[in-house]
Ligand binder design. Structure first.
Ligand SMILES: NC(=O)c1ccc[n+]([C@@H]2O[C@H](COP(=O)([O-])OP(=O)(O)OC[C@H]3O[C@@H](n4cnc5c(N)ncnc54)[C@H](OP(=O)(O)O)[C@@H]3O)[C@@H](O)[C@H]2O)c1
Length: 283
């Protein structure tokens, strides 16, 4: 299997497919990431808010794989927003991840003093502690306002994206800044079966000997979107990685495009109740 990559707006090469560890319990995370590395993943996506950075760090340091062959992503949580707190949290993440640098550091949510966080991230980038910086869950208007005013333009915006949530509306705004999209929930997320049980995706997959999940991941990567499926099961980790030996036709890509039913996602990041909950709980 040859991993395909994309080039970020600062020239850094990033794998198109990775492994995410949201909701992977801290005590299980080391085993899961070790399994993921063993089956061939080289991009690992974690976050301060997942409370499992140590497990990721342990698995990487014990893997025997050269650090430069791994692309490590983590995210600054709302409770660490602001220049000083974000700077301290980056050092804390480096310590937990047992590494001298993070490949891609994201602002996890668009709340709190995100401009202060960004200044700390720019400083970490210039100091070589971070190879690329970006944001997550910044919807189009919010993203534009942010990208317009910051010095270093975000290299990535990580958003919910899968065949039911296609994020077409934000594409021109991301393109304006050369920002790449990274898809969270690429299989629809825990408990949601609309993607993995899609009849259309399954029938397209049949022709290639692939599952609906594999077709969804292939479709994302053919759009140039980085996908980070999560599974605690090694067989599914293998399956989700095995998507680079077939190519969906233009007609198949267009048929999948008809599945779009929540373009901007199933979470309303502008809902005051949702924002209130996040900032009052973590701010
Ligand atoms: N930036 C953000 O705000 C944000 C939000 C959510 C997620 N993320 C990141 O994105 C990653 C992926 O998103 P996600 O974990 O929410 O959802 P996901 O990867 O779309 O879906 C994970 C679910 O699908 C199941 N699954 C995995 N492979 C499968 C397959 N081949 N066939 C059928 N079911 C399969 C998993 O179950 P098993 O584990 O039992 O196999 C799990 O329940 C996260 O781990 C995290 O790194 C970021």
């Amino acid at each position: 299997m040859t991993m395909q990559t994309i080039r970020l707006n600062n020239g850094v090469e990033m794998p198109l497919l990775g492994y995410g560890v949201f909701k992977v319990a801290p005590q299980e995370c080391e085993r899961c990431v070790s399994d993921a590395l063993e089956v061939g993943y080289r991009l690992i996506d974690t976050a301060q808010a997942y409370f499992n950075e140590e497990g990721v760090g342990n698995a990487i340091s014990k893997s025997g794989i050269s650090r430069q062959d791994i692309f490590l992503v983590t995210k600054v949580w709302i409770s660490n927003a602001g220049e000083e707190k974000a700077a301290a949290s980056i050092d804390e993440s480096l310590r937990k991840l047992k590494t001298g640098y993070i490949d891609l550091l994201l602002i996890h949510q668009a709340y709190g003093d995100v401009f202060g966080s960004w200044r700390a991230m720019e400083a970490a980038y210039r100091a070589g502690k971070v190879r690329a910086i970006g944001v997550s869950n910044f919807q189009a208007g919010r993203f534009f306002d942010f990208a317009h005013y910051v010095d270093i333009k975000p290299m990535v915006n990580q958003l919910q994206c899968n065949p039911l949530v296609q994020q077409r509306g934000i594409e021109p705004t991301l393109a304006e800044y050369g920002t790449k999209m990274m898809a969270w929930g690429p299989l629809g997320g825990e408990g949601a079966e609309g993607v993995v049980k899609s009849g259309l995706l399954a029938s397209i997959g049949e022709g290639y000997g692939k599952t609906a999940a594999q077709v969804a991941l292939r479709w994302l990567t053919q759009r140039g979107i980085v996908a980070i499926p999560k599974s605690t099961h090694m067989e599914r980790m293998r399956q989700n990685l095995d998507i680079f030996d077939f190519t969906l036709t233009d007609e198949e890509m267009e048929r999948i495009a008809t599945l779009n039913c929540h373009d901007t996602g199933t979470v309303n990041f502008g809902d005051p109740q949702f924002v209130k909950y996040l900032v009052e709980t973590y701010g």
